[in-house]
Design a protein around this ligand. Sequence first.
Ligand code: DQA
Length: 152
Amino acid sequence: MPIVFVLNGPNLNLLGVREPAVYGRGTLAEIEARCRVRATALALEIDFRQTNHEGELVDWIQEARQSAHGIVLNAGALSHTSIAVLDALSAVDLPTIEVHLSNIFRRERFRHRSYVSLAASGVICGLGAQGYELALEAIAKLIEDDSGKEEL
Ligand code: DQA
């Protein structure tokens, strides 16, 4: 079964209590539960993680190179600042879907640029927790297409 790393960056552990007007009342544990249901339906195995530390996120992206077939990534604020995360994604060269709960383009200007987008296969933002489920659907298709190429 293909393995997908679902990686979450800084402050996403506070979902549910953090700025509910922007991010809603759902918790990260609820998002994880929804992802698990969807992953089972898509015949994917997921490894769902959250960190507040840039270096740890870089380590996990590097780990994905050996251990995963794709990445779903909500890097939080690191999306807008971290060239290290961008470099890690470019190095691993796996199908990657970037997710943001909020619509970053309706928010402050500094959120309009994402370094993660420069390495992502696709971007989903503004759809809340549903975005993670849609990202899993997209990644399942990308992994399937990739394995088709290997057989050629
Ligand atoms: C976020 C958007 C980022 O701008 C912000 O820093 C976050 C969460 C989102 O999911 O909407 O921490 O990635």
